[in-house]
Design a protein around this ligand. Structure first.
Ligand SMILES: [Zn+2]
Length: 181
Protein backbone atom coordinates (compact mmCIF):
# COMPACT_ATOMS: atom_id res chain seq x y z
CA UNK A 1 0.00 0.00 0.00
CA UNK A 2 1.88 3.02 -1.25
CA UNK A 3 0.87 6.60 -1.12
CA UNK A 4 -1.06 7.41 -4.28
CA UNK A 5 -2.25 3.83 -4.82
CA UNK A 6 -5.71 3.72 -6.33
CA UNK A 7 -8.48 1.48 -5.15
CA UNK A 8 -11.73 0.50 -6.78
CA UNK A 9 -14.80 1.89 -4.99
CA UNK A 10 -17.15 -0.95 -4.12
CA UNK A 11 -19.99 1.23 -2.92
CA UNK A 12 -21.53 1.81 -6.29
CA UNK A 13 -19.61 4.15 -8.55
CA UNK A 14 -16.91 1.63 -9.57
CA UNK A 15 -14.34 4.40 -9.88
CA UNK A 16 -10.69 4.10 -8.94
CA UNK A 17 -9.59 6.59 -6.38
CA UNK A 18 -6.64 7.30 -4.12
CA UNK A 19 -6.62 8.13 -0.41
CA UNK A 20 -7.96 10.24 1.22
CA UNK A 21 -10.80 10.23 -1.32
CA UNK A 22 -11.42 6.55 -0.65
CA UNK A 23 -11.61 4.66 2.63
CA UNK A 24 -11.64 1.09 3.79
CA UNK A 25 -14.86 0.67 5.74
CA UNK A 26 -15.98 -2.72 6.99
CA UNK A 27 -14.61 -4.96 4.27
CA UNK A 28 -15.17 -2.59 1.40
CA UNK A 29 -13.48 0.30 -0.27
CA UNK A 30 -15.82 3.24 -0.33
CA UNK A 31 -15.18 6.58 -1.95
CA UNK A 32 -16.22 9.81 -0.22
CA UNK A 33 -18.85 10.57 -2.82
CA UNK A 34 -20.55 7.20 -2.34
CA UNK A 35 -20.25 7.45 1.43
CA UNK A 36 -21.97 10.81 1.40
CA UNK A 37 -24.73 9.37 -0.75
CA UNK A 38 -25.17 6.37 1.55
CA UNK A 39 -25.32 8.58 4.62
CA UNK A 40 -27.93 10.76 3.00
CA UNK A 41 -30.02 7.74 2.02
CA UNK A 42 -29.81 6.40 5.55
CA UNK A 43 -30.81 9.78 6.97
CA UNK A 44 -33.76 10.01 4.57
CA UNK A 45 -34.78 6.48 5.42
CA UNK A 46 -34.81 7.23 9.13
CA UNK A 47 -36.66 10.49 8.64
CA UNK A 48 -39.15 8.82 6.39
CA UNK A 49 -39.76 5.53 8.14
CA UNK A 50 -38.73 5.96 11.72
CA UNK A 51 -39.36 9.55 12.68
CA UNK A 52 -42.61 9.59 10.74
CA UNK A 53 -41.66 12.61 8.65
CA UNK A 54 -43.04 12.10 5.22
CA UNK A 55 -41.61 13.24 1.97
CA UNK A 56 -43.11 16.36 0.53
CA UNK A 57 -44.35 14.61 -2.58
CA UNK A 58 -46.25 12.11 -0.47
CA UNK A 59 -47.90 14.87 1.52
CA UNK A 60 -48.86 16.68 -1.65
CA UNK A 61 -50.32 13.45 -3.00
CA UNK A 62 -52.39 13.05 0.15
CA UNK A 63 -53.65 16.61 -0.09
CA UNK A 64 -54.69 15.92 -3.66
CA UNK A 65 -56.57 12.73 -2.70
CA UNK A 66 -58.36 14.48 0.16
CA UNK A 67 -59.37 17.32 -2.13
CA UNK A 68 -60.81 14.89 -4.67
CA UNK A 69 -62.68 13.10 -1.89
CA UNK A 70 -64.18 16.40 -0.67
CA UNK A 71 -65.27 17.29 -4.18
CA UNK A 72 -66.84 13.88 -4.63
CA UNK A 73 -68.84 14.24 -1.40
CA UNK A 74 -69.91 17.75 -2.36
CA UNK A 75 -71.09 16.44 -5.70
CA UNK A 76 -73.01 13.63 -4.03
CA UNK A 77 -74.73 16.03 -1.66
CA UNK A 78 -75.68 18.24 -4.58
CA UNK A 79 -77.38 15.31 -6.27
CA UNK A 80 -79.01 14.08 -3.08
CA UNK A 81 -82.76 14.54 -2.85
CA UNK A 82 -84.07 13.59 0.57
CA UNK A 83 -87.13 11.38 0.58
CA UNK A 84 -89.56 12.93 3.06
CA UNK A 85 -93.32 12.75 3.37
CA UNK A 86 -95.21 15.26 1.26
CA UNK A 87 -96.49 17.36 4.12
CA UNK A 88 -93.03 17.80 5.54
CA UNK A 89 -91.70 18.66 2.13
CA UNK A 90 -94.34 21.37 1.86
CA UNK A 91 -93.45 22.69 5.30
CA UNK A 92 -89.83 22.69 4.35
CA UNK A 93 -90.58 24.89 1.38
CA UNK A 94 -92.42 27.31 3.67
CA UNK A 95 -89.64 27.29 6.16
CA UNK A 96 -86.90 27.71 3.61
CA UNK A 97 -85.56 30.62 5.61
CA UNK A 98 -84.83 28.49 8.70
CA UNK A 99 -82.93 25.97 6.62
CA UNK A 100 -79.90 28.20 6.81
CA UNK A 101 -76.80 28.29 8.92
CA UNK A 102 -75.72 25.44 11.16
CA UNK A 103 -78.05 22.64 10.25
CA UNK A 104 -78.94 23.34 6.69
CA UNK A 105 -81.38 20.80 5.34
CA UNK A 106 -79.84 18.08 7.51
CA UNK A 107 -81.24 18.94 10.91
CA UNK A 108 -84.64 17.50 10.24
CA UNK A 109 -83.02 14.07 10.14
CA UNK A 110 -81.27 14.51 13.45
CA UNK A 111 -77.78 14.39 12.00
CA UNK A 112 -74.76 16.08 13.46
CA UNK A 113 -72.25 17.96 11.38
CA UNK A 114 -68.61 16.90 11.34
CA UNK A 115 -67.67 19.87 13.53
CA UNK A 116 -70.31 19.00 16.09
CA UNK A 117 -69.11 15.41 16.24
CA UNK A 118 -65.60 16.72 16.73
CA UNK A 119 -66.83 18.87 19.64
CA UNK A 120 -68.30 15.80 21.29
CA UNK A 121 -65.20 13.77 20.54
CA UNK A 122 -62.97 16.35 22.19
CA UNK A 123 -65.24 16.47 25.18
CA UNK A 124 -65.38 12.71 25.65
CA UNK A 125 -61.66 12.13 25.24
CA UNK A 126 -60.38 15.04 27.32
CA UNK A 127 -62.80 15.28 30.23
CA UNK A 128 -61.33 14.77 33.69
CA UNK A 129 -63.70 12.08 34.82
CA UNK A 130 -63.79 8.85 32.87
CA UNK A 131 -62.17 10.09 29.64
CA UNK A 132 -62.89 7.73 26.75
CA UNK A 133 -60.51 6.03 24.35
CA UNK A 134 -60.94 7.14 20.70
CA UNK A 135 -62.90 4.02 19.76
CA UNK A 136 -65.19 4.31 22.77
CA UNK A 137 -65.74 7.99 22.02
CA UNK A 138 -66.80 7.32 18.44
CA UNK A 139 -69.10 4.53 19.58
CA UNK A 140 -70.68 6.93 22.04
CA UNK A 141 -71.08 9.61 19.37
CA UNK A 142 -72.81 7.05 17.17
CA UNK A 143 -75.26 6.44 20.00
CA UNK A 144 -75.70 10.18 20.50
CA UNK A 145 -76.61 10.61 16.83
CA UNK A 146 -79.09 7.73 17.08
CA UNK A 147 -80.57 9.36 20.17
CA UNK A 148 -80.96 12.70 18.38
CA UNK A 149 -82.56 11.05 15.36
CA UNK A 150 -85.01 9.28 17.64
CA UNK A 151 -85.71 12.55 19.46
CA UNK A 152 -86.47 14.36 16.22
CA UNK A 153 -88.63 11.49 15.03
CA UNK A 154 -90.74 11.61 18.19
CA UNK A 155 -91.20 15.37 17.92
CA UNK A 156 -92.26 15.03 14.33
CA UNK A 157 -94.83 12.40 15.26
CA UNK A 158 -96.37 14.98 17.60
CA UNK A 159 -96.67 17.21 14.53
CA UNK A 160 -94.50 19.90 16.05
CA UNK A 161 -93.44 22.85 13.94
CA UNK A 162 -90.16 22.28 12.07
CA UNK A 163 -88.62 25.41 13.48
CA UNK A 164 -89.38 24.25 17.03
CA UNK A 165 -87.98 20.83 16.21
CA UNK A 166 -84.81 22.54 15.08
CA UNK A 167 -84.61 24.44 18.37
CA UNK A 168 -85.28 21.33 20.45
CA UNK A 169 -82.61 19.51 18.50
CA UNK A 170 -80.13 22.23 19.37
CA UNK A 171 -81.17 22.11 23.03
CA UNK A 172 -80.68 18.35 23.11
CA UNK A 173 -77.28 18.70 21.51
CA UNK A 174 -76.31 21.40 24.00
CA UNK A 175 -77.27 19.01 26.83
CA UNK A 176 -74.87 16.46 25.37
CA UNK A 177 -72.08 18.98 25.26
CA UNK A 178 -72.65 20.16 28.82
CA UNK A 179 -73.63 16.90 30.45
CA UNK A 180 -71.31 14.51 32.29
CA UNK A 181 -72.62 11.26 30.87
ZN1 LIG B 1 -17.73 5.44 -5.04
Amino acid sequence: MKKGDKYLCEAGCNEKKAKPDIKRIGRQWKCCKCLRKQRKEKRDYILHNVAGVRRRTEILEEVRIRKEERERIREEKRNFTPIVPGSIQEKRKDKASIRQGRLGSWYIFGYLTKTEKEFLYKKYTTRKENPLQPEQAWAKIKKDVAHLSEHVKKLRQKNIDEEKIGNKFKEEFAKMLEGDK
